[in-house]
Design a binder for this molecule. Sequence first.
Ligand code: FES
Ligand SMILES: [Fe+2]
Length: 448
Amino acid sequence: MTQKDIDGLVDVKNGFISRELFVDADIYKQELSKLFTRAWLLVGHESLVPNPGDFYTSRMGEESVILCRDKKGEIHVFLNSCRHRGMKVCRYEQGNTSLFTCPYHSWTYTTDGKLQGVPLYKSLYDGVLDREANSLVSVARLCNYKGSIWATWDKDAPDFLTYLGDAKAHLDQALDCRDGRDGGSEVIGVHKWVFPANWKFAAENFLGDTYHNPSHRSVDLIGIGPSAVSGKKGRRDNELEHAQHVWISFPAGHGVHSAIQPEANEYIESFLDNPVLEQYFRHCYEERKRRLGDGARLMPFVGTIFPNTSYHGRQPRGLCAWHPHSPTSTEAWRFFLVDKDAPSEVKDYLRHYYMRYSGPAGMTEQDDIENWLYATAASTGTIARRYPFNYQQSMGAYTTDHPLGGELSLQVTEQIARGFYRRWASYMRDADWGELLGLPAGNREAAE
Ligand code: FES
Ligand SMILES: [Fe+2]
């Protein structure tokens, strides 16, 4: 895409983004080839493949990949496509195996991706077929970050933590234990569903679009937070009530909405009708404060790690991947997280909350999905496509002079969405990694 093409689509300076980004087939194709082949993408979580031979089929962009733990316990991510004629070597969502046997002509691959068995090898291929060179195609880089598994197809991509930058402190708290210990989460369940809207609607929603809260008015009125009893707010709201909310756009295109609690912050009784939960959450709250000190005041709420991974840091705690299917169709995956060592009563309670809140049948998430699909349907028409979306909210209302990094705003802002599309445009221009990370021009060499 030329600079001129991009200028006609993404006008961050004046706050306009063309609707073509959400409906056009050619732009979508370019996203698949220029963006989803380079950025770090969420593939899954180590707790989905706890034992040697365990696999979980996932996606990167439109393509099927296999997340697999080999015999020695090492985690791999491969393209789910046979090197012979491309058949999917694995057609299950998850399971355990010692070999992947292609259903077409029965080539077999080991759990570390190596081509092992080739029927009639001696008489048909001897001396010609190089097994090593015909292994399953592996991702270029892989990172197990606190249990979450990320991968990229770009061998020149920076390591995952460099890619994450200052968004790390916020993502961490979706992945860390509630009591402040590092990592320690497990996936308690996965919701998967397809909705008729562009993947960027979902990514953007989690960038910190707190402005859309009126969509959830009906459900908020009945208070369905984890602790809610009729007429009272849920636990999530309790913790954030006296906090300073912040919205931050990070230079690599990530964005978060977090909150900073006041210095004197005490646990708010939240589960008085259930002593096990009350004791657990009180303990976690106090313990986290003791471990992290002043750092415990940062309470991440939601965010999107560029391009298509989002998280909920509080409740319903989890990671979301927005997998593209077509310009106007997206497959949503939500990995729900709990502390691995939480009491079973707590896990069960959260499981029910996640089901009540999230997914197409969840009382809150269905509000969001409805917005995205109607906005898509109303943007596909010839006349509608002539008029760009408006992104002028809180223009210029941010500071870079603060310790959390990025462009920080104390009010609801579309600066984060503008930052996301600024970076989207860099990928469309095939920019180098210095620009993709948003490094100042003078500092770019280090990232290449
Ligand atoms: S396509 Fe897999 S063995 Fe032929
Ligand atoms: Fe929402």
